[in-house]
Design a protein around this ligand. Structure first.
Ligand SMILES: Nc1ncnc2c1ncn2[C@@H]1O[C@H](COP(=O)(O)OP(=O)(O)O)[C@@H](O)[C@H]1O
Ligand SMILES: [Mg+2]
Length: 298
């Protein structure tokens, strides 16, 4: 049996906008993340990725469904309260825009040390400052950054600080919600490499959210593709890229630029026609570890 760190079962979340208008942001979604795995969740803007992340992190209480983290049903308020400290420390969320998620009035040393203070965790390396220096080092920044403010840092450096802050909790699960989307392309690869390297070093699991497939190709072990609140395909990364099955996955793949300029000029951008999506369907395992959304009449 797989050793699962996260099990999302039939997760549904809707937002009530007005008395008569409800948006189903996430619709009956199920997937698992194995221990030590990097799982990519991909889909266009508005497909429900952040809502999934927020339900997993207990920021939203799902409308229905269950989420098990290390066997704990985090949606059950009683279980949440019972395991609150472990849930708040061993799961860490990294946002797209660290400019707004990091406190601009705090220096880097305090930003990294703050979660340890809040959760009354004794710094393993003696002091909060020593701990901050250690974690900064592990994300590739030296101690000269300890006294800097977020505004003095580039986007990539701020994201490194956000990662260092998360690492200080020795997480078992990192949820990274489009962590490179607001970075320059040249910096994106560096941060992806950092995630890869940190995962190998710490062996934690990562839910890595992105809006295009090129980002997850190198990083993720498995990928789930979301379309309008639903998962339409889940497969090992290699399999998804070599034999995509759902038309929407194929559309996303066609959007990836190719390095060869001649082929790039002739690349055909496919479009996905929402009218063709069969809402009445389900995810079917077509081969081991490869699930595809199939309409009711297929
Ligand atoms: N707080 C909210 N209130 C109302 N609607 C929301 C809220 N957050 C997200 N939505 C809606 O839910 C859908 C999914 O959003 P989101 O999870 O942010 O998608 P993604 O992260 O894939 O861009 C979108 O239609 C969005 O407009
Ligand atoms: Mg989002």
């Amino acid at each position: 049996m797989d050793d699962l760190i996260l099990e999302v079962q039939h997760l549904t979340h809707q937002f009530r906008l007005t008395k008569n208008l409800v948006i189903k942001a996430v619709d009956d979604l199920s997937f698992q993340i194995r221990r030590g795995e990097i799982f990519g969740l991909v889909g266009e803007s508005g497909s429900g990725k952040s809502t999934v992340a927020r339900c997993i992190m207990n920021i939203y209480q799902p409308s229905s469904g269950r989420i098990f983290y290390n066997g704990i049903n985090v949606c059950d308020p009683k279980e949440f309260r019972k395991h609150k400290k472990i849930l708040q420390t061993s799961r860490q969320l990294i946002f797209q825009d660290s400019a707004s998620s990091l406190n601009g009035r705090m220096q880097v040393a305090d930003i990294i040390g703050e979660p340890m203070e809040i959760h009354h965790i004794k710094p393993p390396r003696g002091s909060l400052r020593a701990e901050a220096e250690f974690q900064l080092h592990s994300v590739g920044l030296d101690k000269s950054y300890l006294n800097k403010y977020p505004t003095e840092l580039s986007g990539g450096m701020r994201q490194r600080v956000a990662i260092a802050r998360a690492l200080s909790m020795e997480p078992e699960l990192l949820v990274a919600d489009e962590p490179i989307a607001s970075l320059d392309v040249s910096i994106q690869a560096q941060i992806i490499n950092l995630f890869k390297h940190l995962q190998a070093e710490h062996d934690f699991s990562i839910l890595f959210i992105a809006h295009d497939l090129s980002v997850v190709k190198y990083l993720c072990d498995r990928v789930g593709v979301m379309y309008r609140g639903k998962l339409v395909e889940v497969a090992q990364t290699k399999e998804l890229f070599s034999s995509p099955k759902h038309p929407y996955t194929k559309t996303l793949l066609s959007a990836i630029p190719v390095p060869d300029p001649r082929r790039e000029r002739t690349r055909v951008l496919q479009e996905f026609d929402p009218a063709l999506f069969e809402w009445d369907g389900k995810l079917v395992e077509i081969s081991p570890d490869h699930l595809v959304w199939k309409g009711g009449n297929q």
